[in-house]
Design a protein around this ligand. Structure first.
Ligand code: UDP
Length: 236
């Protein structure tokens, strides 16, 4: 196994599957099965899931809701996705804990770093819901921060493209994929991998990122086993 403890970042939008809004139960189940394959290898798994399929803070400004209020709504949206994912993981026989950045005591535990690490050591999948609990952040930043806090070896950013390209592959047919990149190169070439807060956190803490296609069955497992899947971004 290439990694012992990982943080998997899934976007909320990915959960829509073929739908335009909300959660596609087939996609949810597919993700649970992909995660089960790596759990069986013995890897410790933490997950951050976005909320873009339900609500985004920036969206609020167009509807007259103020930004901070909108961001809290976005954080609660991530919690709904996290609960759905928790349920799918448990239905597939995995043990999980959901920890929230905002206190919702009757639903899940608050985020406590030492406790999160303990859950991981015991083999439970830990899902971090409600972002970091502060407005003006994203779930990418949450993924970087929580990964550093729980001492994960890597952030695996599951997307619908198979890595980082020289240009947008959906628009430019000549675009080529990078297998490896340094943080510096990604920055200089203005490659949009994560928002700058999330990206800088990883860079400063020497935490590698892998961008990969989460929708391709078996990809996540191959990645954990050390195959070159997606794009690896490291310090050098
Ligand atoms: N959000 C926030 N603080 C956080 C994490 C998330 O305010 O720590 C809000 C923010 O408004 C964001 C929304 O939650 O737009 C949903 O998260 P995100 O857009 O990162 O989800 P994704 O695009 O990954 O689905």
């Amino acid at each position: 196994m290439k990694y012992k403890r990982i943080l998997l970042k899934l976007s909320g939008e990915a959960l829509m599957g073929e739908k335009n809004y909300g959660i596609d139960p087939n996609r949810l189940d597919q993700y649970a099965q992909e995660i089960k394959k790596i759990k069986e290898l013995g890897v410790e798994v933490a997950i951050v899931i976005g909320g873009g399929n339900i609500f985004r803070g920036v969206q609020a400004e167009n509807t007259g809701i103020d930004r901070v209020q909108g961001d809290y709504m976005g954080m609660l949206a991530t919690l709904i996705n996290a609960m759905a994912l928790q349920s799918a993981l448990e239905q597939n026989g995995m043990f999980t804990r959901l920890m929230s950045g905002i206190k919702v005591e009757s639903v899940c535990e608050p985020f406590i770093r030492r406790r999160a690490i303990r859950h991981l050591e015991k083999g439970r999948i830990v899902i971090f819901g409600a972002g970091i609990g502060n407005p003006y952040f994203t779930t990418d930043s949450t993924a970087s921060l929580r990964a550093i806090e729980v001492e994960a070896d890597v952030v695996l950013k599951g997307t619908r493209v198979d890595g980082v390209y020289t240009a947008d592959p959906e628009k430019d047919k000549t675009a080529t994929k990078y297998d490896n990149l340094s943080f510096q190169e990604a920055y200089e070439k203005n490659l949009n991998i994560m928002d700058m807060t999330a990206f800088t956190l990883c860079q400063e803490n020497n935490l590698p990122i892998v961008v990969f296609d989460m929708n391709k069955p078996g990809n996540l497992k191959k990645l954990i086993e050390g195959e070159i899947i997606g794009t690896l971004i490291t310090t050098n």
